[in-house]
Write a protein that binds this ligand. Sequence first.
Ligand SMILES: [Zn+2]
Ligand SMILES: [Zn+2]
Length: 74
Amino acid sequence: MDVFCPKCQHEMVWQQGDYFCQHCQQAYQQHADCPDCGKPLQELKACGAIDYFCPNGHGMISKKRVVFSYVVKE
Ligand SMILES: [Zn+2]
Ligand SMILES: [Zn+2]
């Protein structure tokens, strides 16, 4: 999955558990949010795959529907 910097739209690289934009020299944390309520999803790791679960009653969310956002890491 290619991930692009929210600020400069350059492609980011995966580095030490976060995404890193070499252009901005800035690390970003990936957040997975529910497309229905906008609240953070729980990540359930199973068999090398990650499933996303909404604790607010929307159940399992298909990865295609997950809303990913990237937040500047301090
Ligand atoms: Zn950038
Ligand atoms: Zn939800």
